[in-house]
Design a protein. Sequence first.
Length: 133
Amino acid sequence: MQFRVPQFIDVEDKIFGPFTFKQFLYLAGGAGMSFVVYKTLPFLVAFLLIIPILGLSAALTFTKINNKPFAEILEYYFRFVFQSKLYIWKRSPKKKVTKKEERKEEPTLTPHFSDSRLKDISWSLDILDINKQ
C-alpha cells in the first residue's frame, strides 16, 4: 500500500485569490476600520487616522522581516515593551588597593578536590596504589 505524503505543509493555502486567509483578514479589517473612521469622524481627522490604519494593514499583509511575518515581529515588540525585565548585573565601585595591601595578598597553594565524591575516591585509590609499589 502506498500513501501520499503531504508536502509544503509550512506554506499557507491561498484562499482569496493571491491572499491567504490571514492576509485577507488583515486587508478586510484595515478597510473596515478605515470605513468606520471615515463615517464617524470629520474628513480631515479621519484622513489623518486612515493613513496609519491602512499602512499597518498593508504592513501586516505584505511585509516580512528575516522571513518572519510582520505580525510576529509586532507581537515580539509588544511582549518586550510590556514584559517585566530582570536586571542582574550592577557595577560596583572598585576598591582602591594600596601597595602595602598588594604585598600582603600572596596566593596560597591548597589542593583542590573536585565536586564529585566518586572522582575523589578514585583519585585517592590511585595515589594509594602508587605509594604501595
